[in-house]
Design a protein around this ligand. Structure first.
Ligand SMILES: O=P(O)(O)OC[C@H]1O[C@H](O[C@H]2O[C@H](CO)[C@@H](O)[C@H](O)[C@H]2O)[C@H](O)[C@@H](O)[C@@H]1O
Ligand SMILES: O=c1ccn([C@@H]2O[C@H](COP(=O)(O)OP(=O)(O)O)[C@@H](O)[C@H]2O)c(=O)[nH]1
Length: 818
């Protein structure tokens, strides 16, 4: 555990350690920090955190003596090795880079069928899980209470789940360095749901761009049926925060490297070598996603169409070897070599070759010299998480103000787009024109574009990125901790009853679906909205009590509410207050006159289409909403149809409509966008009080429901109406002209049902707790309070529990909220 004054501890877990190790003797090693890539993130974060890296050392070690020696040497560099050995090939070349990598980069699963039974999808998937467990083991060995664990990238998608299973209190973040594809591509992955469920166990998920984050959230909603919110992904009341944080580089390192005498000398050599010629530079791993063949095709077209330029320009391409064991990478290499030969054959001469292609990496100082002398950097990635090379080029171009030609499919296209020429790499003509534009761009324009990008690169460093991610993670974690701590185990029932008894005018505001409906396990169908039979007498007693006003505030339609509550002297607010019924049964409409219901026919058509194709499904319509149920349909098929339906609806009839879509377990409801409950309650109270002659202000409020997150603003509405003193309070600001509320904090009881994360002060697991409470409130007035309930009665086991203690109450999230 961290002691006072010490820096907090951070464990960064990545596939590869940020050092390269070379064996120099029996048990001695030479270690060097790897300069590029995502290892930049160590930058300034190390100053604030006591940081350790956990990852694969880059090679196999089987001998125990050697393992110990290497671990010792790595410890000097704050690195801890994970020896993956025989698992590595199927985990890294197989599942990570042969399967996940192409999927994440929109390329689809490999089409070839291998007949090697020892290397199937399943064996690679198993190896991937096994490797993630091996990473877990090393994390556990090194974990101390309070540590932050930051998992990097697609190699470690099972790690968040494994960590939380080991200890739910561990703070876990995960950042994806690659793109996240559209759900249409992602859903072909056989293990799609397991991976999503696992990463959602993290406290914070980070992506380079809004597109990737949006794809991720919508994939989660479509594939595993969770709720996407503006903050992230909500699953059964638990929020996983999602942030967009494009990574950066360490700009100072590049700027100062360019000033080193050795580098200036290299720059001079390069200038001399290419004197009289413009230099176009490409720096990419030799990966199919980097679009090197497309780059060559564009360059070839440029030379074809601009003969004058043929002896005045060179393309220098550093093609860093990578993942040679994956068959697709071998193919792209052959393809690229073919193109280089063709272009040099067509346009080269004895004295000059247009393409200088190198299958190698170069030392970092030399790379800076190349960046600094190039006139153009050409990035044609077909998909790329970010592309740090483009940032590095900008940092090194202070002396030259060269032009960046950047693929619109690289994450960096969104951050550096304003100072670049953006291209679609698939469009050979566009790439060719962009090359010409870059080579002939006037100095002023180059200056301006460089200024914009340079400013971005120096202000959005890796240090800032790492710091921002970690502070977001701390915030997300603290918030979820607070939520857990603030959940009381029991409602303060005795207090609630006593205060109810002592009050002069009580208001009980209740939701309907999931609050007062029959529990799911005794209900025939999800859309069978019947009042919980246990409540009939209780509700009648409460409604008949002159000191109590009961309001049902529901998203449901007035037909349903009328049918269920027709016999009660109760206030009903249907469709979240669009219609209000007083206890005599008279409805008034608050429907805006200009309410647009143009979408209804389109939605009806989609519902009909799916009903025809989903045996035993059906739909119902009310004034401003339609609901489709697949309750009786075959479970898996019904769920798949529901996901497809949502896509059809979003792409078509509701794409621009003001509607709310509410997903039940077996239903989809589309309803005209109503006010939220919190926005409506002030007006409803005003209307209620206009209708009745109220002599006593409301001095007790119980407000409870199984609510959508946005409707939870009802809990805060009353919170904001609480009076600090005994003064009679006016809430004119909420459109109520009379003095209506005289509510003290201790007399206000907001109770959420089944929400892990809520704005309500009290939370209960199931609606049965609210039902029990209502029984007791109804009984409170008919007996002498002092003797009414003994403590043990007030805290007796909930009625849903069986004698063997098993909880039979309605599970969370099993019904529509309305
Ligand atoms: O470790 P390798 O398998 O040799 O691959 C190198 C890295 O490639 C990927 O980089 C990604 O991260 C960069 C920084 O966020 C981003 O700019 C780039 O677009 C991505 O492709 C991969 O995600 C890393 O895990 C690899 O280390
Ligand atoms: O010979 C080379 C060429 C490139 N790089 C580094 O490799 C990283 C490439 O990162 P990028 O985000 O562009 O693509 P990735 O290879 O991670 O997909 C950059 O930091 C480069 O400086 C390197 O270390 N040596």
């Amino acid at each position: 555990m961290m002691s006072y004054g010490e820096r907090p501890r951070l464990l960064v877990v990545a596939n590869r350690l940020p050092v390269s190790s070379k064996k120099t003797g029996e048990n001695s090693w030479f270690m060097e920090m790897s300069p590029g890539g995502k290892f930049n993130l160590l930058g300034g974060v190390t100053d604030q955190y006591d940081t350790k890296w956990i990852g694969w050392p880059g090679f196999d070690v089987y001998n125990e003596v050697e393992k110990t020696a290497l671990s010792k040497a790595l410890a000097e560099m704050n690195c801890i090795p994970v020896f993956l050995n025989e698992v590595f090939d199927q985990y890294y070349n197989g599942y990570s880079n042969g399967i996940l990598w192409p999927i994440l980069h929109h390329m689809g699963l490999p089409q070839e069928y291998h007949h090697d039974a020892s290397k199937t999808f399943q064996t690679q998937y198993d190896a991937y899980k096994k490797a993630n467990r091996m990473f877990l083991d090393v994390v556990i060995e090194n974990y101390e209470e309070g540590d932050t664990i930051w998992c990097q990238d697609y190699h470690l998608m099972f790690l968040p789940q494994y960590l939380k299973e080991y200890n739910n209190k561990i703070k876990v973040g995960w950042f994806l360095h690659s793109p996240f594809p559209s759900s249409e591509v992602y859903k072909t992955l056989p293990s799609r749901s397991e991976l999503l469920h696992s990463v959602l166990r993290a406290d914070l998920l980070g992506f380079h761009t809004y597109d990737f984050a949006r794809h991720f959230v919508s994939t989660c909603t479509q594939i595993i049926g969770v709720e996407g919110t503006h903050e992230g992904v909500m699953d059964q009341g638990r929020l996983t925060r999602v942030v967009v944080l494009p990574m950066g580089i360490d700009p100072d390192r590049f700027i100062s490297t360019c000033k080193l005498p050795e580098v200036i000398e290299q720059m001079n050599e390069l200038k001399e070598k290419f004197s009289g010629k413009k230099v176009i530079l490409g720096v990419d791993r030799l990966d199919m996603i980097k679009g090197i063949p497309q780059k060559y095709l564009g360059f070839e077209k440029f030379l074809e169409e601009n003969p004058d330029w043929r002896d005045k320009v060179v393309l220098v391409q550093i093609a860093v070897p990578t993942r040679n064991a994956v068959p697709e990478y071998q193919k792209v290499k052959d393809q690229v070599h073919g193109l280089v030969g063709r272009i040099n054959g067509r346009f080269g001469s004895v004295s000059s070759l247009p393409v200088h292609h190198m299958d190698c990496s170069v030392p970092s100082n030399y790379l800076c010299a190349l960046y600094a002398t190039a006139d153009v950097l050409l990035v044609t990635s077909l998909r790329d998480g970010l592309n740090l090379v483009s940032h590095e080029f900008v940092a090194c171009q202070e002396g030259k103000r060269g032009v960046l030609v950047l693929s619109e499919f690289a994450g960096a296209g969104q951050s550096l787009g304003a100072g670049a020429i953006l291209v679609n790499p698939w469009n050979v003509t566009e790439v060719s024109s962009a090359i010409k534009e870059a080579l002939t761009m006037p100095a002023e324009e180059r200056e301006e574009k460089h200024r914009v990008n340079f400013q971005y690169v120096i202000t959005h460093s890796a240090e800032k990125w790492g710091g921002d991610f970690l502070s977001e993670l701390n915030e997300a974690f603290a918030e979820s901790e607070m939520k857990i701590r603030s959940i009381p185990h029991e409602l303060p029932q005795q207090d609630m009853i006593q205060r109810y008894y002592q009050s002069n005018h009580r208001l009980i505001v209740l939701g309907f679906c999931g609050t007062l409906t029959e529990p799911m396990n005794s209900r025939i169908k999800e859309m069978d909205f019947k009042l919980n039979p246990e409540l009939k007498g209780t509700l009648k007693a409460l409604c008949n009590d002159p000191k109590t006003t009961v309001l049902i505030l529901s998203r449901g339609g007035r037909n349903i509410l009328d049918k269920v509550f027709g016999e009660y002297k109760i206030w009903l607010a249907a469709e979240n207050g669009m219609f209000l019924r007083d206890p005599t049964g008279e409805w008034v409409t608050n429907m805006p006159e200009n309410m647009n219901l143009d979408w209804v026919d389109g939605v009806k058509n989609v519902f009909k289409y799916f009903t025809d194709r989903t045996p035993r499904s059906f739909f119902e319509a009310s004034e401003t909403s339609l609901i489709w149920s697949h309750e009786y349909a075959e479970d898996k098929f019904g769920k798949t149809q529901a996901r497809d339906m949502l896509q059809h609806l979003r792409a078509g009839p509701i794409s621009n409509a003001s509607v709310d879509v509410v997903r039940g377990n077996h239903s989809i409801e589309v309803q005209a966008m109503s006010e939220t409950k919190g926005a409506a309650i002030g007006r409803i109270l005003g209307e209620m009080m206009n209708k009745i002659s109220m002599t006593t202000p409301i001095d007790y409020v119980l407000c409870s429901g199984y609510l959508l997150e946005k409707d939870e603003d009802i809990y805060t509405f009353f919170e904001s109406e609480i009076v600090p003193s005994k003064s009679f309070h006016s809430i004119k600001k909420k459109q109520i002209s009379q003095n209506v509320l005289d509510l003290k904090k201790e007399n206000y009881f907001p109770v959420a049902i089944g929400q892990g994360r809520t704005k309500a002060r009290y939370v209960t697991d199931s609606s049965q707790d609210v039902v029990d409470l209502l029984h007791k409130l109804a009984a409170a007035d008919t007996t002498t309070m002092a003797n009414t309930f003994s403590d043990s009665e007030l805290h007796q086991p909930r009625s849903g529990n069986t004698p063997d203690g098993k909880d039979q109450r309605e599970p969370r999230g099993q019904t529509l909220r309305c």
